[in-house]
Design a protein around this ligand. Sequence first.
Ligand code: GDP
Ligand code: MG
Length: 430
Amino acid sequence: NLGTNLKDALKKLAGKTVIDRVAVEELVKDLQRALLQSDVNVKQVMQLSQTIKKRSLDEEPPKGVTAREHVLKIVYEELVHLVGGKVDVQLGRQTILMAGLQGSGKTTTTAKIARYFKKKGLRVGVICADTFRPGAYTQIKTLCDRVQVNCFGNPKETDARKIVAEGLQHLKDEVIIVDTQGRHALEDELIQEIIDLNEMTHATHRWLVLDAALGQQAREQARRFHEAVQIDGVIITKMDGTAKGGGALSAVAETGAGIVFVGAGETIEDLEWFDPDSFISRLLGMGDLKALAEKVQESINEEDIDVNAMLSGKFTLRDMYKQLEAVNKMGPLKQVLSMLPLGGMEVPEGAIEVTSTKMERYRIIMDSMTSTEMDDPTVMNGSRVQRIAMGAGATLEEVRELIKYYKMMKRTFKNLKGGEKGMQRLMKKF
Ligand code: GDP
Ligand code: MG
């Protein structure tokens, strides 16, 4: 696993007291090994390691930055450079061809992208060119209906070219997305088909959809598709899972195309912009506090909640009350937690499984608490619990459960503190 190997290489560096030529050379060698094992192309690896070595030895660390931190910064920057910058998505008339193997997430991503353009006020039409997978048309049609975009397909037709030709005649939308079929393997037939579809549609973009869990095969897939249709954007899906997307690095290196979007969930709302910084942080195991902070800021009123205070370990029942309201707007807690550096930390099942009904109950119970209890939950005792339960029409058990949940959340945020500090120390120095 690329992430683990890179992390190990950096950890080794962290354990050194002197950062000299020998230490830098050893680090570069470890990095090379990690990247090559992940199938990142040799030329890219050599370039990257040359640059890291040269910069580490030539550049003076700025004041207050240790040599070790300085080297880390350089490694980080160069890796960000390797995955490419942000790719701009134009909002005009365009045709997008989706490429990728079966199961990579093309259809789901097609719907996510359709929703994105639709929300931007563009008219969107999708063509289902998957004649291989049974039920393909129903799958995409259902998703398209949900986001209210046009969908063209013909489940009885076996030639994808014919469907696409008809679809192009039929759909007059500004953005046309062609969802193609993908087999389990890269067969010549599939490659020829995508070449034909690319020519027929005069596609403005050809985006390759890759599963984040893909390791060694990512490069080969990227190469074949790139040779066939000149991939100009990569989409990494399933970033909500445990995979860190290391294989994506190789695909990007192979095609020279940047990552356009990241898929982070099964529902059509789960599309994110690719942020190279966050991606590398995650790859290196630093967690993605930046994304969390942004998400939190986006979804809640600034005065409502103070993320920094929350992360600094000050966490009262009052904070939790606000947080429950915020979580309502932020989406599933599970997704929020997946962005945090929980390395090695057990997230109690209960923290994830708080349903909205339960959150509503918790809020009602907290409405029966006094200001003192809300600000300083340590005052809680048996008689207080009884009074709160009475006031809220809740059972003692429910109140105790809430307090247990509070304590668990407090612990969670307290544990985050270490992660955040490490992260901040690293980021600040940059
Ligand atoms: P296709 O064969 O390339 O069209 O892939 P699909 O879009 O049908 O997706 C295959 C499976 O992956 C489905 O079960 C999707 O729900 C799932 N999937 C797609 N994108 C994501 C994602 O970003 N996160 C998660 N967790 N699952 C995804
Ligand atoms: Mg599909």
